[in-house]
Design a protein around this ligand. Structure first.
Ligand SMILES: *[C@@H]1O[C@H](CO)[C@@H](O)[C@H](O)[C@H]1NC(C)=O
Ligand SMILES: *[C@@H]1O[C@H](CO)[C@@H](O)[C@H](O)[C@H]1NC(C)=O
Ligand SMILES: *[C@@H]1O[C@H](CO)[C@@H](O)[C@H](O)[C@H]1NC(C)=O
Length: 268
């Protein structure tokens, strides 16, 4: 009996994905080293890294961005003991000392909204805070393993876990994080794959077009577009125009955050 070609292509997709999965190195146990989400904590002497750039919550309580550009510092040297850094639900960095009291916070401009934000140490060596979150795949409640965070663990190679506004991926390109792969198939399907399990979310647009690509625009909208520039699938856009980022997170969600509310690139 003939198998419909769409089913054959779908099982081929599964097969190809599982072979990709088995070829990949075992997942690292560290958090993504280039992203700090609302609620996350960088401990004393902990850091974000991306390429040669590091963003360090120093033992002297100063928060310093070392890059080969102008860098940044909070100028809070000596203002607290065992200082830690968090990102709050307004997208503000907050440094706290051992007593728990705030030593410093980053400045916010204009109107802001409570939500989930993401601070990203970008490939250009600058820190930018994006948010609130405007789109995400469902939260299936996969436990993020309760690893204790140490500076050693943060020294993992940069993960290819980010897509910025204007950027495009296509032809089976993928964004990856510890246990997950976000992949745009040439068949036009966009899938979030758990390395050990298989597809956990997908747009279900197999054969929706040919030679499709995925693009993030300046309203935080993700779109799958085919060779004829026909939109095969798209997420809800946000109201505000600006720079957005898609992050494939270690908790098994792909999330779009933006626009930028704070950045070292703006000299704040
Ligand atoms: C790492 O992930 C854990 C679990 O999700 C979280 O509690 C912690 O704050 C994260 N640390 C950093 C530096 O992102
Ligand atoms: C800071 O951390 C060190 C090492 O954990 C500890 O010995 C010290 O008591 C802490 N200081 C304060 C003020 O909590
Ligand atoms: C903030 O919101 C208020 C009230 O909605 C508005 O009058 C004001 O112009 C806004 N400011 C900025 C910077 O967007």
């Amino acid at each position: 009996m003939a198998i419909p070609s769409s089913i054959r292509k779908l099982s081929l997709l599964f097969l190809t994905l599982s072979s990709i999965v088995s070829l990949l190195a075992p997942p690292s146990t560290a958090n993504d080293s280039n992203v700090l989400l609302t609620g996350d904590v960088i401990p004393t002497d902990g850091q974000l890294t991306n390429g040669d750039a590091t963003f360090v919550m120093q033992g002297d309580c100063n928060l310093v961005l070392y890059n080969n550009r102008r860098g940044f510092q909070s100028n809070t040297h000596g203002n607290g003991d065992n200082c830690t850094l968090t990102l709050n639900d307004l997208g503000q960095f907050v440094i706290r000392g051992a007593s728990g009291s705030a030593v410093w916070n980053s400045v916010l401009r204009g109107n802001y909204t409570r939500g989930k934000y993401a601070a990203v140490l970008r490939p250009d060596g600058e820190i930018a805070v994006y948010g609130p979150a405007v789109w995400s795949t469902p939260n299936y409640g996969f436990s993020s393993t309760k690893d204790t965070i140490s500076t050693k663990l943060m020294e993992v190679p940069t993960a290819n876990n980010l897509l910025f506004s204007s950027q495009v991926i296509y032809d089976d390109a993928q964004l990856t994080t510890r246990d997950y792969i976000f992949i745009i198939r040439e068949s036009c399907n966009l899938a979030l794959v758990k390395r050990s399990t298989g597809i956990i979310w997908q747009t279900g647009t197999v054969d929706g077009g040919e030679n499709c690509f995925l693009r993030l625009d300046h309203h935080g909208q993700l779109a799958i577009v085919d060779d004829q520039y026909k939109t095969v699938w798209r997420s809800q856009p946000a109201a505000k125009d600006g720079d957005y980022v898609l992050i494939v997170q270690i908790n098994g969600q792909a999330v779009v955050y933006g626009p930028v509310v704070w950045s070292t690139a703006y000299g704040y």
